[in-house]
Design a protein around this ligand. Structure first.
Ligand code: FA5
Ligand code: MG
Length: 426
């Protein structure tokens, strides 16, 4: 069974992912467990903390950069994570022998296809498509341990912002992006050097310094919007094959410096290969999990994958800017019982007050009520009677509830609701 890819990958000729069939080879190391994370799209799920952080960051870049009132960034947040080694490495000038290509670090489908290890994998194709300002948001995959801050699947927001001379030096038409020795009409005739730690040899010092200042201001602005004006941060010099110079931004969180993003000035070779030959660009890649964990005090990275309603309810129906502090969910199991009832003839599904019902449930169930959610509304086609169904989630914080115990309390709620609201339990 080609779908059931479980024991000995190397003996299977092909591997099916979604609609597509991939040949396998000695590079294949993707596991069924990892495949199960594909298409979860946490960054797009309304009640997931990663999605709230994504919205805030996108809003920040939308509102900070406008042209004629419209955002200049376009957002790509639904691109398949299956990429080629060309996209993930070659297009980004990552050398053949670079450790980030190792089988031990990536999830390969075969020797030329892998699950993207960073969102930067889409940079060149979007430049090639003619885009100059864009955000790439999605799930990325790296072979790693599972602990409270590492997970083999995490999410990144990557960006490119490019400018022409007229945009960058709006008020200084005398200044240029490129050194006179660089002929932008024939960029491949020029050997762009990165031996100077300050700048790429093709760029002028003025252009590099102005881009660096803008890049750092924009990212610090974002961190301040997320964490407040007083957030402690520091810039650390970094190296990426695809940017020069490069930096990482660390924020001070729980008595430690935490790396949150990598960034830099895009290597001109990438722009010359894929994009317009008259721009300078900065790029960055932000880890969403780390920001969400710091922002909402989420103690374990695994929690963002939780489908537990006690976790998700804390982020549901929230304004992206809401101040949310995660309250640990009890480790004891949940117990969910539904309650459906007919409303009295005097009440309709629209006039029944949900909050009255919620209060009654909390009054009787007390602390073991974790959540009450409206599950279904129904109007009988013949009798025209109105009916509601609620799911009540029970969970004790200190011990496992027995089903008998829950049933007893659930019955008390039914009886009290029958009396209070004149309903008929179905
Ligand atoms: C990159 O992935 C670069 N592509 C970023 C970049 C883009 C640089 C464009 C320059 C220009 P790095 O491997 O450092 O860089 O990851 C970027 C961020 O992802 C990290 O700062 C961190 O916040 C997050 N991250 C990295 N590894 C993990 C992990 N295992 N778990 C959770 N978050 C991670
Ligand atoms: Mg890093």
């Amino acid at each position: 069974n080609k779908n059931n890819y479980s024991t000995a990958p190397k003996y299977l000729a092909t591997l099916r992912i979604g609609e597509k069939e991939y040949r396998t080879d000695e590079y294949t190391n993707i596991t069924p467990k990892i495949l199960s994370y594909l298409n979860r799209n946490l960054h797009l799920k309304k009640d997931n903390p990663l999605s709230l952080v994504r919205q805030r960051i996108v809003n920040y870049f939308y509102s900070s950069f406008t042209h004629g009132g419209n955002p200049i960034f376009s957002v790509y947040d639904n691109v398949s994570p299956v990429v080629s080694t060309k996209q993930n490495f070659d297009d980004l000038l990552i050398p053949e022998d670079h450790p980030s290509r190792a089988k031990s670090d990536c999830y390969y489908i075969n020797s030329t296809t892998l699950l993207r290890a960073h969102m930067t994998a889409h940079q060149s194709e979007l430049l090639r498509a003619g885009l100059d300002n864009f955000l790439m948001i999605g799930d990325v995959y790296r072979r790693d341990e599972i602990d409270s801050t590492h997970f083999p699947v995490f999410h990144q927001i990557d960006a490119v912002r490019s400018q022409r001379k007229e945009q960058l030096f709006e008020n200084h038409p005398d200044l240029d992006i490129f050194e006179p020795s660089f002929d932008r009409t024939n960029p491949h005739a020029y050997t762009n050097s990165i031996s100077n730690p300050i700048k790429q040899s093709c760029h002028t010092l003025e252009a590099t310094k102005l881009m660096e200042a803008q890049l750092k201001n924009h990212l610090i602005g974002m961190v301040r919007v997320l964490f407040g004006e007083d957030i402690k941060y520091r810039w650390v010099d970094a190296y990426f094959p695809f940017t020069h110079p490069s930096w990482e931004l660390e924020i001070y969180y729980e008595k430690n410096w935490m790396e949150t993003l990598g960034c830099g000035i895009v290597r001109n070779e990438i722009l010359a290969n894929a994009g317009p030959n008259n721009t300078i660009a900065y790029a960055f890649g932000i880890g969403l999990e780390r920001l969400a964990m710091a922002l909402y005090k989420i103690p374990d990275i695994r929690l963002v994958w939780s489908t537990d309603s006690g976790f998700l309810a804390q982020f549901q129906n929230k304004n992206a800017n809401a101040n949310i502090v995660y309250k640990p969910v009890s480790i004891y199991p949940q117990c969910t019982n539904d309650l459906s009832f007919w409303l009295p003839p005097t009440t309709t599904i629209d006039t029944f007050t949900n909050n009255d019902f919620y209060d009654l449930v909390r009054d009787i169930g007390g602390d073991i009520i974790e959540q009450v959610k409206l599950k279904d509304k129904f109007i009988h086609p013949k009798t025209k009677k109105h009916s509601l169904c609620y799911s009540i989630v029970y969970r004790h914080l200190e011990r496992t509830l027995t089903q008998a115990e829950v049933n007893k309390i659930h019955k008390e709620i039914e009886d009290a609701a029958t009396k209070a609201f004149n309903i008929v339990v179905r």
